[in-house]
Design a binder for this molecule. Structure first.
Ligand SMILES: Cc1ncc(C[n+]2csc(CCOP(=O)(O)OP(=O)(O)O)c2C)c(N)n1
Ligand code: SF4
Ligand SMILES: [Mg+2]
Length: 429
């Protein structure tokens, strides 16, 4: 007999990029990491980069578990050491696209020194930083980004440290691509990752994301959906913003956008230049001269462009086939987009908000489902002023309450997960 999970695995459009045999994942309901992983998987597909040439490196933490769910070569390193391991991989095989996916504690806390030096060197890496303002895996301690006055297990009377603004830190250190989004902005996250995969140099993408189990619950901020509402209400889109103006106060405004995009020689390019000066044009790296490597790079770029073109053509073909058996439902008339809810993003067009389903036959049934999901959102938003104590029952039942609000697809994954989550996490601390 086929279970919901099995159906999900079989039908998932992410089956080629995620390891379906590892589902259900360990993340709590309402956690932002899952949607980031989806954005990443989608970005890889769209980028046209050869999946065989992608390596994902994670450190330790809830976010560090990403390495185990992606269908690429991946490595789950020790706490704080994702960047040095990624750097080593890139230097050993410059043809690889190396992605670091980790938490803010891992990257900016214990791994902070590695992070700033990789940025300073313009090391050719894509760094995706899930910033949930807490050490999720180890029980909710204060991190280098926890906003002032927020309660953590180590700051029970409120945080009195000065937090980092990661975009400012990365800018000062020399990163050549810096973007920040929240996990509500899944389309923008996808786009930034896609851009980062296709460029050279150190790219840093911060995704502010809810940790309902530790950060939200301890601060009486409701559940994951309440926090998405907060992102909706408080995100300010400002591409090119001065990174000195990107600090985040407790439940305050969150400046999002692409802040920095500039070009300068990468670490390897600078090292090539130096070696050519010393050795002359005969200089070789791993048995290849620079012109040989450039020719290979050009050929790879052409293959990527061809895959991208094929990818862009694919959805149209799929839509055409899907439309045929579904002549009757008249999709346009039947689409009073539920995106009229408060969730409609100021940043994204309505149809992009919260991963809408595209297929025509789903519209008739999907619309009421979305409507039903939208109601509690409004309710929750009205009920949840920042910092005000959430009713005890709601706080305790936080993870359970999240379930009806998430999409059917996510639900299928999340449903059996909660119990397993904390136990299995502890194995890799
Ligand atoms: C050397 C070392 N110190 C401490 C730990 C314990 N530890 C494991 S994960 C973690 C925090 C992870 O926080 P973050 O990177 O923000 O990830 P999240 O769980 O929030 O996704 C800590 C302190 C460890 N595993 N190794
Ligand atoms: S503890 Fe927090 S960060 Fe970890 S999986 Fe649960 S919600 Fe996500
Ligand atoms: Mg964290």
């Amino acid at each position: 007999m086929s279970t919901d999970i099995e159906k999900f695995k079989a039908g998932s459009p992410m089956a080629s990029t995620l390891r379906m045999d590892r589902m259900p994942h360990i993340w709590c309901p309402g956690c932002g990491i899952g949607s980031e992983v989806n954005s990443f998987a989608e970005a890889v597909k769209r980028s046209g980069v050869d999946p065989k040439k992608i390596v994902v490196v994670s450190g330790i933490g809830c976010t560090g578990r990403v390495a185990g769910y992606v269908n690429f070569d991946s490595i789950h390193t020790t706490h704080g050491r994702a960047i040095p391991v990624a750097t080593g991989i890139k230097l050993a095989n410059p043809e690889l696209t190396v992605v670091v996916f980790s938490g803010e504690g891992d990257l900016a806390g214990i791994g902070g020194n590695h992070l700033i030096h990789a940025a300073r060197r313009n090391m050719d890496l894509v760094v995706i930083c899930n910033n949930n303002f807490t050490y999720g895996m180890t029980g909710g301690q204060v991190t280098p980004t926890t906003p002032g006055s927020a309660v953590a297990s180590t700051t029970p009377y409120g945080n009195y440290e000065y937090p980092f603004s990661l975009p400012l830190l990365m800018d000062a250190a020399g990163a050549t691509y810096i973007a920040r989004w929240t996990s509500l902005h899944s389309r923008n996250v996808t786009q930034s990752i896609e851009e980062a995969l296709l460029r050279k140099g150190f790219s840093f993408i911060e995704v502010i994301s809810p940790c309902p189990t530790l950060y939200l619950r301890r601060n009486r901020l409701g559940d994951g959906v309440d926090q998405l509402q907060n992102y909706q209400d408080n995100s300010i889109l400002k591409h090119g913003a001065d990174t000195r103006e990107t600090a985040i106060d407790y439940q305050g405004k969150i400046v999002v956008g692409k802040f920095v995009e500039k070009s300068k020689p990468t670490y390897l390019e600078a090292s090539d230049k130096c070696c050519i000066k010393l050795v002359g044009d005969d200089y070789q790296l791993y048995g290849k001269t620079i012109p040989e490597r450039e020719a290979e790079e050009k050929a790879e770029k052409e293959r990527i462009a061809a895959r991208r073109a094929a990818m862009q053509a694919e959805p149209e073909a799929q839509e055409e086939t899907a439309a045929e058996p579904a002549k009757a439902p008249a999709p346009k008339a039947a689409a009073p987009r539920a995106a009229k809810t408060k969730f409609q993003s100021k940043v994204m067009p309505a149809k992009q908000a919260l991963a809408g389903t595209k297929k025509a036959p789903a519209k008739k049934t999907a619309a009421p489902a979305r409507k039903a999901a939208a109601k509690p959102v409004k309710k929750a938003a009205a009920k949840a002023p920042a910092r005000k104590a959430a009713p005890k029952a709601k706080v305790l039942a936080g993870t359970k309450k999240t379930a009806p609000k998430i999409s059917a697809k996510t639900k299928a994954v999340a449903k059996p997960a909660p119990k397993k989550t904390r136990n299995s996490s502890s194995q890799s601390r």
